[in-house]
Design a protein around this ligand. Structure first.
Ligand code: GLA
Length: 390
């Protein structure tokens, strides 16, 4: 299915209506935060690598109003309302989705902010389980809402790290910094090159209107807390120890070959992915900075192959969707395609000429549906603004 994106004002309006119809109050605050798609640099944010994501035109929106109590009453589309006692230190509890919020509240509590009671309604246009960081967007939108409620503005990196910590401690996913950085630092017409060794983002212009990004969700769902993600992360840590360096940024392929005989084949392949993906991302960033896209297709294909064969986080549906984009090829307006995000299902990202975007998306949609019987979800996006009060 091809879908158009809701604007920030439409999302904000939807959240306000939900708040009014569920709690009978008008909102005094609305926070929004986008999901993200990563162009290149996958599974290396936790390896001191570089990543190149953008915030997408898909958002979590939260409308809220103080309620003169010590309780947060929160409703999220399709779920039963939850009540959180703000006078108590937040702990992990049911339902599962509430932990993203509990984790962020706990961070504010640890920073000694006094949170007033409030009613809130959460809406989202980010598909869940699609590898588009719906959970990071929820954390970042909620952190932005809490900033508004306590009348403060945290430094952006601090807010992103706080949201990441909530994900680690309350959702149990040992994620890197990419998703929360993209959701908070996102800017219209800009990609975000993140140096994950220094945690410094650098904006890379994506202002050429003739280029667009298609996100294609295979609708095969993954769950990052199911162990695959942490297993990959552990492999990279074990590999680095074996190689004997303190950071992947100081590792060359030669260093890996020197220790290859002492490594299990799996660990060797994980290492090869990390070293080559860091190099591909640096090259891709140079390509975007110099508007030279001649090599971008092979960098993206190389990244996909490496994730499929060496890092083993792809799946048949992702491989098929990438193959469909590649089949349309340069003649049809496709510059490059690869799986994106944590993997084990989820989405692929395709860089293409804007003029062809709709036709490309339609073809990918129809061919994927015909071959798998699964209805995918595709949309075209440009880089969007990061978390803010709307
Ligand atoms: C998930 C994590 C990110 C990153 C990607 C893979 O989205 O949350 O930190 O590791 O997977 O690149």
């Amino acid at each position: 299915m091809l879908e158009s994106n809701m604007t920030v004002s439409e999302i904000a309006l939807k959240a306000k209506k939900e708040l009014a119809s569920n709690f009978g109050v008008e909102s005094t605050l609305v926070a929004v935060a986008p999901g993200r798609v990563n162009l290149i640099g996958e599974h290396i944010d936790y390896c001191d690598g570089f990543v190149l994501p953008l915030a997408i035109e898909r958002y979590v929106g939260i409308a809220a109003c103080p309620n003169d109590s010590k309780t947060a009453r929160i409703i999220s589309t399709g779920k039963a309302a939850i009540e959180l006692d703000l006078s108590k230190e937040q702990q992990i509890a049911d339902p599962k989705w509430s932990n993203y919020l509990r984790g962020v509240i706990r961070e504010f509590q640890d920073l000694k902010y006094h949170l007033p009671g409030f009613d809130a309604a959460i809406v989202s246009s980010i598909p869940i389980g699609a590898g588009l960081s719906s959970s990071a967007a929820l954390e970042c939108a909620f952190a932005t809402l809490l900033e508004g409620l306590v009348d403060t503005v945290l430094p952006t990196a601090e807010k992103a790290l706080l949201a990441q910590k909530a994900e680690h401690d309350f959702a149990g996913v040992p994620c890197g910094i990419m998703d929360q950085f993209a959701s908070t630092f996102g800017m219209e017409d800009q990609l975000i090159l993140i140096d994950c060794r220094t945690s410094e983002p650098e904006m890379v212009p994506f202002s050429d209107p003739t280029l667009s990004i298609i996100v294609a969700n295979t609708n095969v769902s993954h769950d990052l807390s199911d162990g695959g993600y942490s297993a990959r992360r552990k492999d990279t840590e074990d590999a680095l120890t074996l190689i004997g360096k303190s950071s992947w940024r100081d590792v060359t392929m030669n260093d890996v070959y020197v220790r290859q005989a002492d490594m299990e084949d799996r660990i060797f392949r994980r290492s090869r992915h990390v070293v080559t993906e860091i190099a591909r991302t640096i090259e891709a960033a140079i390509a975007f900075k110099s508007d030279d896209f001649s090599n971008i297709g092979s960098l993206m294909s190389g990244s996909h192959r490496s994730l499929r064969d060496d890092f083993e986080v792809s799946c048949d549906e992702l491989d098929l969707m990438v193959a469909l984009a590649q089949e349309i090829g340069f003649e049809g307006g496709v510059l490059g395609a690869r799986m994106t995000g944590g993997g084990f299902g989820g989405s692929i990202v395709t860089l293409c000429h804007s003029i062809n975007a709709k036709v490309i998306a339609r073809q990918m949609n129809d061919r994927y549906l015909a071959q798998t019987g699964i209805e995918p979800l595709l949309f075209v996006t440009r880089p969007a603004a990061g978390a803010h009060l709307a």
